[in-house]
Design a protein around this ligand. Structure first.
Ligand code: MG
Length: 256
């Protein structure tokens, strides 16, 4: 099933996409009952398909990306947070934050949580997943190196584009994942190369943090994430899910 959040009569609505048609979806975290038709997909604005209370991200989880950072995949998954205020919709602009010199886009497979969970047994993790989507872990590289931790570098406003929708029935361990800078391929890998696999990550993070419906897990980026400039566009594409595109915008001035 394909699950989306769309703007309908000015309000966010959970929906399911069937072909080109969009239907209201009642009780998205529960029975998921299909209701009335809302319209055609091309006529509706897509919103980020999650309402997180927290966003847990994994760093250095593809061997080639870890190597280009001068590191190896950590024995235990390396976790960091983004605040929910970092989230933006498909097509929204990424805003260049004040004072950084370099912003990179990172194509990632994202997981959205369906049910409240703590201490998930490794073989039951699928029960807790609402679906999979594309995410962009937008990162200020100079701050990432200089700050000693990644709060500002990876948590600033607009640093988490997510979408275009959730796909429920893909195998997260075998999906081609690509990132395009202005339409040209920069990143090209597969989630088969993830060091710590998606299911293991869902169970692992639930040892430490109670997962809640709508929470997001970002699984890490493959090699060669791309630097962005004012006006450039980055597209994250995950096989079987879709494409997420956002443009970088550098404000003329920050204070009015
Ligand atoms: Mg990342």
């Amino acid at each position: 099933m394909r699950i989306a959040r769309v703007l309908f009569n000015g309000s966010p609505v959970w929906a399911t996409i069937v072909g080109e048609d969009v239907y209201r979806l009642n009780d998205v975290y529960g029975a998921q009952e299909r209701r009335e038709r809302l319209g055609r997909l091309s006529d509706l604005r897509l919103l980020a398909p999650a309402e997180p209370k927290k966003v847990i991200c994994i760093g250095l989880n593809y061997a080639l990306h870890a190597a280009e950072s001068g590191k190896t995949i950590p024995t235990e998954p390396l976790m960091f947070f983004k605040p929910p205020t970092a989230l933006i919709n498909p097509g929204d602009d990424i805003t260049w934050p004040i004072g950084t010199n370099r912003i990179d886009s990172e194509a990632e497979l994202a997981v959205v949580i369906r049910r409240k969970a703590k201490l998930i047994q490794p073989d039951t993790w699928r029960e807790y997943v609402l679906g999979y989507t594309c995410g962009n872990d937008v990162s200020a590289r100079d701050w990432q190196d200089a700050d000693g931790q990644w709060t500002r570098a990876k948590g600033f406003d607009t640093s988490l584009p997510l979408g275009p929708w959730l796909q429920t029935d893909v195998d997260p361990d075998n999906l081609r994942i690509r990132g395009y800078l202005n339409g040209k391929v920069r990143q090209d890998s597969t989630t088969a190369d993830l060091g710590h696999k998606t299911g293991k990550l869902v169970a692992f993070v639930s040892r430490f943090f109670t997962l809640e419906p709508g929470d997001i897990l970002m699984t890490g980026t493959p090699a060669n994430p791309g630097p962005m400039e004012d006006g450039t566009e980055y597209t994250v594409e995950v096989e079987g899910i879709g494409r997420l595109t956002n443009r970088m915008r550098r404000p003329q001035s920050y204070f009015s």
